[in-house]
Design a protein around this ligand. Structure first.
Ligand SMILES: [Fe+2]
Length: 129
């Protein structure tokens, strides 16, 4: 069973309510198949490769700069980078399992959080100038 399937462990013990809930679970497959049919797999693969490189090479460069400049908030910054690396790491396996819809939603969330990271954490690099 995958997490998109309704299971007896989710039962409210009310048949009508359970039937409604089952419908919602079934809709997730419709959403996934709709997204699967519209996603450009080449673009998705490019995004995954970009994020893998970015969270490796770019983060290393930032952290090296912070070390060089003796930046006081480096531990927090490293934690944030580790969080992003952990989020990016499973994307390739998702792609290989053809879980395109799941991967694209994860990527959207990661990119949004990375933009926030740039605006709130990386901006502190200004102090090093
Ligand atoms: Fe950063």
């Amino acid at each position: 069973m995958n997490n998109k399937e309704w299971s007896i462990k989710f039962s409210t013990l009310n048949n009508e309510i359970d039937d409604h809930h089952k419908e919602l679970f079934q809709m997730t497959e419709m959403i996934d198949s709709t997204i699967r049919s519209t996603i450009c797999k080449d673009n998705l693969y490019t995004l995954i490769c970009f994020l893998e490189d970015y969270t490796c090479d770019h983060f290393k460069e930032e952290e090296a700069l912070m070390l060089e400049k003796n930046f006081s908030n480096i531990d927090f910054h490293r934690q944030e980078h580790a969080y992003f690396q952990a989020r990016v790491e499973p994307l390739r396996a998702m792609y290989e399992r053809h879980e395109y819809a799941h991967a694209i939603f994860q990527i959207r969330q990661i990119i949004d959080k990375l933009v926030h990271h740039i605006q709130t954490v990386d901006i502190q690099l200004r102090k090093l100038k």
